[in-house]
Design a protein around this ligand. Structure first.
Ligand code: SF4
Length: 709
């Protein structure tokens, strides 16, 4: 490997979707000094506690450093050649015997755009199946589907600066104080500078974010569509509609208003949503009179069996008022993962193609196939995450390659994933960590490069493409995920996988983004034209930039301000959305509703943040937060262990009274994995119901019971 100079390297934080710039200076002993990068547009030098602790997570303890293979039931070290041959032979044989849909890839918002691009090309173009899904399905797929329905393309119209320019910020289902901390710090600063900036939080839970709020509406779980339909009708009634904008740039208002109930009483909406009518009226009035309003939404909206409708109910209100794509206003999807957006750009989901082209459009499929020089192209959507692991258990998918994610912990009905993987003929796991819950089911384990070692790009919540750069040498025999994919592709006889670096993959991705843009009636906003032909040096020097690009150094902060959307006719769509409650109601044996989410100081399944004692101090062990009255009824006491169970599974956690929980609700953090003695995987309890449009599971609403352990 090339020696890595001991000089400061500018890179991007690998945790949340804010995508803060990091300056890392390697210390020569495997560690590094970590600072915020004042020149990064997304963060301006800020880092939250997780980002600041990155230096404490770089040690090689627990790392997967060599390939290994299961022989006589035992994982033993193997050469890369043996491991890659086994994967390629297995995939080839299963495809030959059972067809391309009998194999699958399950990837991650943690991998880089270049890894994602190669994975998608391998599956859709060469294997010929769209069975590639990602843990972004669990995170942002409802936002993707909502954007696509409303705008004709998966586009976040605004940027972070809009939060500073707004006169009102509405946070829906978002604990930004913990989950998007540096963006939240910007909001705090803006509020300090202009106390008249109004902050409204819509969340069943009184989270840390509510401490900044002028108004907190603790709406009933799942009642978001009712609340925003009520707002749509209110805005129309009170004359807050921008009639010119609606007439010139949208379709479908009448149908949306009809469903929303134009003559509805605010009191009725308040009753259905379980909020105070005066507070709801105050929110509606604020929204109606404030031109510069941002509505940011996150997992509380997306992770629902009606997540896509919730997203559209929010966008509808911005379309009606014409408040979109201009400074300080618009709907804004707060992305969960560092590269959930990059994965969407390359089409790394089972129902997408590549470069924002459509899988269900024959012209697009043909264009992508011929661009790739691929022998075939997937012609129907593949299996989305929940269905994918069901198909594995049913024996329909016989080989699955899982990359940078731990579905045994993070999927809903996580014990089903265990059963599926135990029954699967060939499980390949690419990871940076040796002992994981998913690794226990691997037939082949491939060591991947971790943050600080790998090299590529990520795209954050505001469409900003930003480099992750290596500042540490590759340890052991770890390789980039795209390299492992290319090696398997070559062994399967596929041409088109010879890249001499991540820059070459990015160049190909940029070229595909320019395909026939506009000529086919689609006005895709996603385009990277000025970066076509980028060489290694220019790629290494690439500054953070928001797509669509105007020049190699000039991006675009906002889209749709001119009223031109990506649907072929250039108009946005109102979507008529009917409120639907969560699929499973509490009652009987399972009287409480489980809500899951993040903690401030941990990331996902703790494989990295778990290494920092400082971070662990915030919440050292799994807990179940519930209202003292419900604890009394359940016979459990604060500080003691309790068993939490649903019809899908059970776990043990310590009882806490955080104070923010309404009666009838329970909160358990998502982070703890099955490597602890108590096997505290909350995913095992979560119901596997999904949104019919996006396939995103209902993580925020599972009926459970709590009892003494
Ligand atoms: Fe990293 Fe997100 Fe914290 Fe920024 S806010 S330092 S991206 S975890």
């Amino acid at each position: 490997h090339m020696p890595i100079p001991l000089q400061e390297v500018r890179t991007t934080c690998p945790y949340c979707g804010v995508g803060c710039g990091v300056k890392a200076t390697p210390l020569g002993d495997g560690g590094a000094l970590i600072e915020g990068d004042a020149d990064h547009v997304a963060s301006r030098g800020r880092l939250c506690v997780k980002g600041s602790a990155l230096g404490e997570t770089l040690g090689l303890d627990g790392r997967l450093l060599y390939p290994s293979m299961r022989r006589d039931g035992v994982m033993t070290r193997a050469s890369w050649d043996e491991a890659l041959d086994t994967v390629a032979d297995g995939f080839r044989r299963i495809i030959a015997e059972h067809g391309p849909d009998a194999v699958a890839l399950y990837v991650s918002g943690q991998i880089l755009t270049e890894d994602y691009y190669v994975a998608n090309k391998f599956m859709k173009g060469y294997v010929g199946s769209a069975n590639i899904d990602t843990n972004s399905r669990l995170c942002m797929s409802s936002a993707v589907a909502g954007h696509k329905r409303a705008f004709g393309e998966d586009v976040v119209p605004g940027c972070y600066e809009d939060f500073e320019l707004a006169d009102a910020i509405v946070l829906v289902g978002s604990n930004a104080a913990w989950c998007h901390p540096t963006l939240f710090q910007r909001i705090v600063k803006a509020k300090e500078a202009r106390p008249e900036l109004q902050i409204v939080v819509l969340d069943p839970r009184r989270t840390a974010t509510c401490e900044l709020a002028d108004l907190h509406l603790p709406l009933k779980p799942g009642s978001d569509v009712r609340l925003f339909n009520g707002l749509l009708a209110y805005l129309a009634r009170e004359g807050a509609a921008d009639r010119d904008f609606v007439a010139a740039h949208t379709h479908g208002l009448e149908a949306a208003l009809e469903v929303a109930g134009v003559d509805g009483e605010v009191d009725d909406v308040a009753r259905d949503c379980g909020v105070d009518p005066d507070q709801l009226r105050a929110f509606y009035e604020l929204f109606a009179r404030t031109e510069k309003v941002m509505t940011a939404f996150s997992m509380g909206v997306n992770q629902s069996s009606s997540g896509t409708d919730k997203v559209n109910s929010i966008i509808n209100c911005h379309l009606l008022t014409g408040r979109i794509g201009r400074p300080g206003m618009g709907p804004f999807s707060l992305t969960g993962q560092p590269n959930a957006m990059g994965g969407r750009e390359v089409g790394g989901l089972a129902n997408m193609l590549a470069a924002h082209l459509d899988l269900d459009n024959a012209g697009h499929r043909d264009a992508v196939r011929s661009f790739w020089g691929a022998p075939r192209i997937a012609d129907k959507p593949g299996l989305k995450a929940v269905d994918l692991f069901r198909a594995v258990e049913a024996g329909k998918v016989k080989a699955v390659w899982i990359m940078a994610t731990n579905p045994v912990v993070s999927m809903p009905d996580a014990d089903q994933v265990r059963r599926a993987l135990a029954a699967c003929e060939l499980v390949v796991v690419s990871d940076v960590v040796a002992n994981t819950d998913v690794g226990a089911y691997a037939h082949v384990a491939l060591p991947a490069l971790a943050w600080g070692e790998k090299d590529g790009t990520v795209t954050n919540s505001e469409r900003c493409i930003s480099r992750q750069r290596a500042f540490l040498p590759a340890p052991g025999e770890a390789r980039a995920d795209w390299q492992a994919l290319c090696e398997v592709a070559r062994r399967m006889g596929f041409a088109g996988f010879d890249y001499d670096g991540a820059h070459a993959i990015f160049d190909e991705h940029a070229r595909l983004s320019t395909w026939k843009n506009g000529e086919d009636g689609y006005r895709r906003a996603f385009r990277l034209d000025p970066l076509v032909g980028i060489d290694r040096a220019a790629y290494d020097a690439l500054e953070p930039i928001q797509w669509p690009l105007r020049s190699p150094t000039e991006g675009t902060a906002r889209l749709f301000g001119d009223g031109r959307f990506s649907h072929p006719d250039g108009k946005a769509r109102f979507i008529a959305v009917t409120p639907r409650g969560p699929v499973h109601a509490p009652g009987g044996e399972f009287p409480l509703v489980l809500n899951t989410g993040r903690m401030r100081d941990q990331w996902h399944t703790m494989t990295r943040t778990g290494k920092s004692p400082r971070l662990a101090g915030h919440a050292p062990e799994p807990f179940v937060d519930l209202h003292p009255h419900d604890a009394l009824l359940a016979g459990v006491r604060e500080g003691e262990l309790a068993r939490v169970s649903s019809q899908w599974g059970a776990m043990v956690a310590r009882v806490a009274h955080g104070g923010g929980i309404a009666r009838g609700a329970v909160f358990v953090p998502i982070h703890w994995n099955g490597q602890t003695a108590s096997d505290a995987r909350v995913g095992a309890l979560v119901n596997p119901e999904v949104d019919p449009v996006s396939g995103e599971p209902e993580f925020k609403h599972t009926p459970v019971r709590v009892e003494p352990f």
